[in-house]
Design a protein around this ligand. Sequence first.
Ligand SMILES: *[C@@H]1O[C@H](CO)[C@@H](O)[C@H](O)[C@H]1NC(C)=O
Ligand SMILES: *[C@@H]1O[C@H](CO)[C@@H](O)[C@H](O)[C@H]1NC(C)=O
Ligand SMILES: *[C@@H]1O[C@H](CO)[C@@H](O)[C@H](O)[C@H]1NC(C)=O
Ligand SMILES: *[C@@H]1O[C@H](CO)[C@@H](O)[C@H](O)[C@H]1NC(C)=O
Ligand SMILES: *[C@@H]1O[C@H](CO)[C@@H](O)[C@H](O)[C@H]1NC(C)=O
Length: 803
Amino acid sequence: MSLLPTLSIVCRLMLCVWCGALHNHYGVPRNTILHPNDLKVFREDNIFNYTTMQLRDDLGVVLIGAREAIFALDINNISTKKSWVYWPVTEVKQTDCTYKGKQAEVECRNYIRTLHTINDTTIYVCGTYAFSPVCDYLTFANGQLLLKGKPEEGKGKCPFDPFQRYSSLMVGSDLYSATSINFLGSEPVILRSSSSAALRSDFKYFWLNEPNFVFMDIVGESLDSPDGDDDKVYFIFSENAVEYDFYTKVKVSRVARVCKGDMGGQRTLQRKWTSFLKARLDCSLPEPSLPLIVQDVFLMKHNDWRKSVFYGIFTPQSGLSQVSAVCAYSISDIRNIFNEGKFKTRAAVESSQDKWVMYTGEVPVPRPGACINNVARKMGVNESRQLPDKTLQFVRDRPLMDDAVSPVTGRPLLLKKGPLLTRIVVDSVTALNQQTYHVMFIGTENGFIQKAVNYAGEMLIIEEIQVLESPEPVGILRLSSSKGQLYAGSDSSVIQMPVSNCGRYESCVDCVLSRDPYCAWDTSSEQCSRVHSLSSSSKNMVQSLEEGDVSECPAPDPVEAVDFHLVPGNNIQLPCRLHSNLAQAHWQFSDQTLEANNKYYIYSGGLLILNASESDAGLYTCDSVEQIGSRTFSRTIALYSVKTPPAPPVVAVSTPGTTMIKYSDYTHTNTLTTKTEEVMPSPLLPENRKDNGRVSHLEVAVGLLSLLCLCLFGAIFWFWGRKHLRCLRIVQTLGGGEGRRPSGEYIHSQNKTSETKLLEPKAGAVIANNNHSCVDFKVNGDNHLANISGLDGLGYICDESEI
Ligand SMILES: *[C@@H]1O[C@H](CO)[C@@H](O)[C@H](O)[C@H]1NC(C)=O
Ligand SMILES: *[C@@H]1O[C@H](CO)[C@@H](O)[C@H](O)[C@H]1NC(C)=O
Ligand SMILES: *[C@@H]1O[C@H](CO)[C@@H](O)[C@H](O)[C@H]1NC(C)=O
Ligand SMILES: *[C@@H]1O[C@H](CO)[C@@H](O)[C@H](O)[C@H]1NC(C)=O
Ligand SMILES: *[C@@H]1O[C@H](CO)[C@@H](O)[C@H](O)[C@H]1NC(C)=O
């Protein structure tokens, strides 16, 4: 029996590698910019953790909360510090904190986590204060920051633990906060601190189950509401799922909301939310995997709140996968689920395990969790304390909706392999064609900002910019759309950068092909410049975002051939620098396409001809070939006329192991320079060749092997399965994007030993349709180690009777 699980693991690993290889093309940024010179940086000696930020256009400052310090920086130039206050913990507090087992220099300090506007001059500020959160008032007047020094209890408003994610929001004079209310961090709450009606969430595990809060914001839904609805505060977090009856803890992403006018219940849910409802947020990769986990959210507000959109970034819940995704959700879809969707309820099952299924019984009126609206008012219910017990008991016991929220486009807007995404902001940009595009700025865990758009389903990362000096996570990201500036904070510094730097593109073709909605080529000034949507000079501007059409650009100067003299027996290096990471070099020699082989080595910087002979003389052309939208764009970057014999001998030294060659470096600025460079003798490394997502022989081999594995496995399973398994039916709901139940759902049998997972059928699923068994192989490598324990982790679905 032990053979089976082992085989399962091996095969799964192989499939994992194979799938990974197929998705190498995920999110390659078109341009990479390292440490641009238009960055402004702020850091202060011995101050760290610049991860709380508030933009105050009205005061002309950016407020930064760091460890034991708050700064007011000039919003136009954050390198200019206007004022700051130091807010350390007292020695007594720090000692207290260390007695409780926390580290003095790490946890027992005061990390500023909250900055909220109270009025024009007053700011509410909270810090972790040595695991004993405290809040206070801060004023900014006459260019000076001043701490009032009237500390208030911060429990529930600010986390104890500086490493814990949390979220808060000031609405009028009410502070909404989502954090843990105790020292151990084991009692999560969503709290409203208010002088009139303070409310909190219930401590039941199915309200909040080890949550990680990432975001909250208010949506003014009472505006023009035909049914007399209320404004709502939305929360986004991840937590342990109750709806999956699974062998390990599965985390899911959630959206929850409460009504602004909620006053709590009278007997049931006294001083607790009567309007707390939550639903799962789905964001699935094309390949099967455990649910992705939300890391950050940006609410793109629209004047008509019904058109507001939540943009979320999601990362895998285990370290084995490295694909992050961006999904967008419309407020209307979320509302529909809360307002009309079915509820989940706890099923009565024999096993001690909790099981949640769709509730099919009668739902009381007024609808549980609904805000006080016209329906309620008609029934004489003017506020939540007048709600009937039936409604309140229902929502207390069933806050989870049955339906999950699917992304607007049915799938992620962006997929990105490599360093995980950490923070997101989105700008709304009006392009030359008067269309509005949403440009995403996404921070990564290694200090980059990715600037991305989605043009009608096509994912494009316009550029990635290295903004932080060291490869540390972007811990906070803020956008000032009016100033066109981005602000990012990390543990070691704060940076400011413009949303675009069109001047980086020097030619019309480069400018147009960048497909950056902020930029267009100005034919009169011959510069790539910012688009000002309302300016009248737009007739001289060239921009083509979805097509990348350069036909309106003036014809570029023809590329001149550069002479090159070869020396038989030596290597020749012909440089050709492409203008895009997405382009491929296409080399021609006397009208004949060159393929990489043991003579020609094509690498990102050019062509290497090994052991040149006289027959290599002739004309070499390097074209840059790039897929732009639906078409292929090609342009000549360099031309070389390679000649024999050498007039003056150009080459020379050969030392064992290294060949010194001399070559002409022809760059696109038409300057001819001569350099000497070291070239390793055997650069034909296979891994260098597949940078653009081509699947190597190795990977194909692994893929075939895994298929073989599957077949073998299928056969074994067939024999085994005939005897032992109670089989299951695979319910495949292929929504095609519109389906109510997205793929990647888990199903389970009554019988714990044949617990399974339903996967998206296209990737890696092999259905052996032999009338007896079908195998749905769990390709996702996410938890193959977690379930070695028994056969229940094998990931089969088998059906004897149905197929
Ligand atoms: C604060 O920054 C320091 C230095 O980079 C880092 O080691 C520490 O983990 C950070 N603390 C928190 C709570 O993020
Ligand atoms: C920003 O402020 C710093 C420090 O005050 C100054 O050195 C720098 O020149 C300023 N940069 C700009 C563009 O004004
Ligand atoms: C701002 O709020 C603070 C604290 O509530 C109060 O003391 C102060 O008078 C207010 N200032 C103004 C200008 O309203
Ligand atoms: C609700 O408000 C309406 C009008 O404001 C009033 O007539 C009615 O008596 C109120 N009902 C209750 C139960 O307070
Ligand atoms: C270089 O090419 C010549 C013939 O063109 C051949 O005789 C020689 O062995 C080659 N040298 C190497 C190192 O491959």
